[in-house]
Design a protein around this ligand. Structure first.
Ligand SMILES: [Zn+2]
Length: 148
């Protein structure tokens, strides 16, 4: 025989079955009655949901020096430009050393070229193979004082 006694609509099939199962449980008096609170369940589910946190593995955004401080390169500013040049060879350091972005590195290359053409930076430097040559004399220790 049908326990529920009446026909349920198909749409609420889960709800319709619930009274049938609890009805069976009430027969055994030793089991405590199970109370079902849908609001409490919803709250529990809400607490159990993943929390939105910032990605701990995200790489920090690196900005190059010139972009960070918004420095405009000037071919007349030779002291600033010389910081990107090797003091031994006079060559421009690569991007692995200067840590500039591609755009600014290219701009720097052109500016250094411009500065050399205008005579603000040296073009001729000691050859690399002569850098380790022994010192012939010390210009800071002259025999008699001089003004140059
Ligand atoms: Zn940059």
């Amino acid at each position: 025989m049908d326990h529920c006694g009446q026909r349920r609509t198909r749409g609420r099939g889960d709800n319709g079955r619930a009274p049938c199962s609890t009805g069976g449980g009430q027969d055994g008096s030793h089991a405590p009655p199970v109370t079902f609170d849908p609001e409490k369940l919803e709250q529990l589910l809400k607490d159990d949901m993943p929390i939105d946190i910032p990605n701990p593995y995200e790489r920090e955004k690196v900005q190059c020096l010139l972009c960070k401080y918004n420095i405009r390169l000037d071919y007349k500013n030779s002291r600033f430009l010389s910081q990107f040049l090797s003091p031994y060879t006079g060559k421009l350091y690569g991007r692995n050393i200067t840590r500039l972005c591609k755009k600014k590195q290219k701009e720097l290359e052109l500016t250094v070229e411009h500065s050399r053409g205008a005579g603000y930076l040296a073009i001729m430097l000691k050859n690399v193979e002569f850098l380790k040559d022994p010192k012939l004399f010390d210009p800071n220790q002259p025999i008699r004082p001089h003004n140059f």
